[in-house]
Design a protein around this ligand. Structure first.
Ligand code: CP
Length: 323
């Protein structure tokens, strides 16, 4: 498979042997760096104005989303189309799931129509892993419950590397609803493998001390950690996943954990403000912080397309993958 686009990408990496992307926990630092390097080249190609990089012509990617999404679903679809693949957008709401068909049977039937990759989001942790054991095509985890969201972790790390030039030695704080966050886990695995110091910070109802077992620092006091952070990734309070509110009032959460102009004054001058989106404006941060000069939030979204192009190409762009 030699063509000008593969050459521009520096060739298909010999270290890449995976058929699925289920989480960052199982990837090595070299594999993560490989995805980031390829994504950086894809981003450059897009910036040069290339809107069609036909590396996956004749292949089909299926978006199999059982939960809502704006960024992930759209950018996987866009990434696949930029690579020349066909895209099938499966709608759970109007599917035969309502007649009792299982998720596995649904995926098998879609695969039987000729899919090379299934991008799956499901509220139940482990669903992508289950599908990977039951289909022959590539399975990409687009978020499974509170477990992992590997492409979100990758695009977050790509954005930090792009803006800071490195990951090693940086202090990155994940602030907010850690308990319900698949983004937190993927960030932790990826950032730690690349040498960052990671802090998880939020109310004790949303941040268990057991997070230390993953090798991260746990803090309940944002004001204490602010001056030593290089990056703040502000995670959304996932009200929809909580039967009971984990703090007395939103006002109290804002008082203790929201990034405001006053708190920005206490950070390093080059602090990066990030958020996986969607954001609750006025809860995790004020609008002036979200839209301010230190915010990288929309750059994260831009990088999501390049990361997903890299992932789709690595997983399905060559016939020589084994497992
Ligand atoms: N960050 C993220 O996963 O956003 P969506 O839920 O809109 O895909």
């Amino acid at each position: 498979m030699s063509n000008e686009w593969v050459d521009r990408l520096g060739g298909y990496p010999s270290l890449w042997r995976r058929r699925h992307l289920l989480g960052l926990e199982e990837l090595s630092a070299e594999e993560i760096t490989c995805i980031l390097d390829k994504a950086t080249i894809f981003k450059q190609l897009l910036a040069e104005g290339h809107r069609r990089i036909p590396l996956l012509v004749g292949k089909t990617v299926c978006n199999l989303f059982f939960e809502n999404s704006t960024r992930t679903r759209t950018s996987f679809g866009l990434a696949a189309r930029r690579l020349g693949a066909d895209v099938v957008d499966f709608s759970a709401a109007t599917s035969s799931l309502s007649k009792g068909e299982t998720v596995i049977d649904t995926a098998r039937n879609l695969e039987a129509m000729g899919m090379e990759a299934v991008v799956v989001r499901h509220r139940t942790p482990g669903t992508p892993h289950l599908l990977a054991q039951n289909v022959h095509c590539s399975v990409i985890n687009a978020g499974d419950g509170a477990h992992e969201h590997p492409t979100q972790g990758l695009l977050d790390i790509m954005t930090i590397r792009e803006l800071r030039g490195r990951i090693e030695g940086l202090t990155v704080a994940l602030v907010g609803d850690i308990a319900h966050s698949r983004t937190a886990r993927s960030n932790i695995w990826g950032l730690k493998k690349l040498g960052a110091h990671v802090i998880v910070c939020g109310p004790s109802t949303l941040v268990s001390p057991r997070w230390q077992e993953l090798g991260v620092e746990v803090s309940y006091h944002l004001d204490d950690i602010l001056p030593r952070c290089d990056v703040l990734n502000l995670l959304r309070i996932q009200f929809e996943r909580q039967a009971r509110r984990p703090f007395p009032s939103v006002r109290e959460y804002v008082h203790l954990y929201a990034m405001t102009r006053q708190r920005m004054a206490r950070t390093k001058p080059d602090i990066l403000i990030m958020a996986p989106g969607p954001i609750n404006r006025g809860v995790e941060m004020t609008a002036e912080v979200a839209d301010g000069p230190q915010s990288a939030i929309l750059q994260q979204v831009t990088n999501g397309v390049a990361v997903r192009m890299a992932v789709l190409w690595l997983l399905t762009g060559t016939p020589r993958l084994a497992s």
